[in-house]
Design a binder for this molecule. Structure first.
Ligand SMILES: [Mg+2]
Length: 304
């Protein structure tokens, strides 16, 4: 029986090049059934198995904080196309925060996130062993969860503005071995928020209220220090920069906090329906617009 099978002919498709156009065309050929089966199983197990070795080990060093930072791809154009308000669009900032909240809620082991403008950083706890600490797995999960949330929740923040094309975010992974390094990292991102926001606030005042073109406003601000910019805002536009919204000046930090949740329940006691209140302590993500620089514990009142 087996000997007979060996000589059974079955049609198989074979690819070959078309002499004129170089296109691949299928050609019918015949091959012994038994030998075809045997060799394909062997190849799957042995011949192709070696390609696994091309994967590089990207395990993050133990005992370090893993930080994944996302940044909007070409968001200058994206903001223009979708008419973002200048210098800050609260709908867009709210959407970034909503997407970051989704990342924290859906993925494991993120202890704090900090965002400003079109970027967000996510800090995994030092002991995290999620996806065996593989950098590519962590980064791609964060980036894809954030991007899909950004699109999913768009309509909640831009009710009257359709999303015109899919936005993208790049990601990177950085490891920080000490608490001080992590604090300095977060402070660095917040300093960036402050520098950019102060510049943008003055720049757009000069354009929107001061009648300057964007080129003239850029020239006017060339070489100025923070004190000069504060002075322009105060003396020419009656604005005290310190009174500008915290969310614009400080960015947004997301942390896990315990909060009591009270619900009512119907219970039956001695054949009588009664309503009782039940209070449970739950962990939830809360947003803070606080000073991370030079502050060990200082957190402002939660805003959401
Ligand atoms: Mg950016």
């Amino acid at each position: 029986m087996f000997r007979r099978l060996r000589f059974l002919k079955v049609p198989v498709l074979k690819s070959t090049r078309c002499p004129e156009g170089g296109a691949v065309v299928a050609k019918c050929d015949r091959k012994p059934l038994a030998s075809f089966r045997t060799s394909s199983v062997q190849m799957a197990k042995s011949k192709f198995e070696y390609v696994r070795n091309f994967e590089t080990d990207d395990t993050c060093l133990r005992n370090c904080y893993i930080v994944v930072r996302l940044d909007g791809r070409n968001f200058h154009k994206f903001a223009e196309t979708h008419d973002f308000a200048k210098p800050n669009d609260d709908r867009a900032l709210g959407l970034m925060t909503r997407s970051a909240r989704s990342v924290m809620e859906e993925l494991d082991d993120i202890v704090i996130a900090y965002g400003q403008s079109d970027e967000f950083s996510f800090v995994f706890k030092r002991s995290s062993n999620w996806f065996k600490r593989r950098a590519s797995k962590l980064m791609t999960h964060v980036a894809s969860q954030f991007s899909s949330s950004y699109v999913f929740f768009w309509k909640d923040h831009f009710a009257d503005r359709p999303l015109l094309y899919p936005p993208g975010f790049d990601g990177r992974v950085v490891l920080y071995p000490s608490n001080q390094n992590l604090r300095d990292y977060l402070s660095w991102r917040q300093a960036d928020c402050h520098i950019n926001n102060l510049y943008n606030t003055v720049f757009w005042r000069l354009v929107q209220k001061g009648g300057l073109s964007t080129v003239q406003a850029e020239d006017r601000l060339k070489g100025t220090l923070a004190a000069d910019k504060n002075e322009i805002l105060f003396s020419e536009f009656d604005i005290n920069y310190n009174n500008e919204p915290l969310v614009h000046r400080k960015g947004t930090a997301l942390v896990w906090e315990k909060a009591d949740e009270t619900t009512t329940k119907q219970v039956r006691v001695l054949n009588e329906e009664k309503e009782v209140t039940v209070t449970k302590s739950r962990k939830r993500v809360s947003a803070h617009h606080c000073d991370l620089i030079g502050s060990r514990s200082g957190r402002s009142t939660p805003t959401s």
